[in-house]
Write a protein that binds this ligand. Structure first.
Ligand SMILES: [Zn+2]
Length: 83
């Protein structure tokens, strides 16, 4: 079961600013992708993740398609990499 929560424009703005307008996965800046980034849950809602700024980051179109795989990486402790 997937429960979708609407993300307000304001929250999206806060997340984008916090992320530096870069994809949370590949760090590509939004202005380079040429596409509006998707707001992605770090912990999926289906796994109990909440729609709060701490659990959201930006995902470019390419990464968003793979976020199911990334979630496995997160669970395995491989993601996100330390800066
Ligand atoms: Zn990306």
């Amino acid at each position: 079961m997937t429960r979708k929560t609407r993300v307000s424009r304001r929250l999206r703005q806060q997340v984008a600013q916090r992320a530096g307008y870069c994809c949370g996965y590949c760090r590509t800046p939004e202005r380079i992708t040429g596409h509006r980034m998707t707001l992605a849950h770090i912990i999926p809602e289906a796994q109990g993740g909440q729609t709060v700024i701490e659990n959201l980051w930006l995902a470019c179109v390419a990464c968003n398609e793979f976020k199911g795989v990334r979630w496995l990486w997160v669970q395995a402790g491989w993601w996100p990499p330390e800066d």
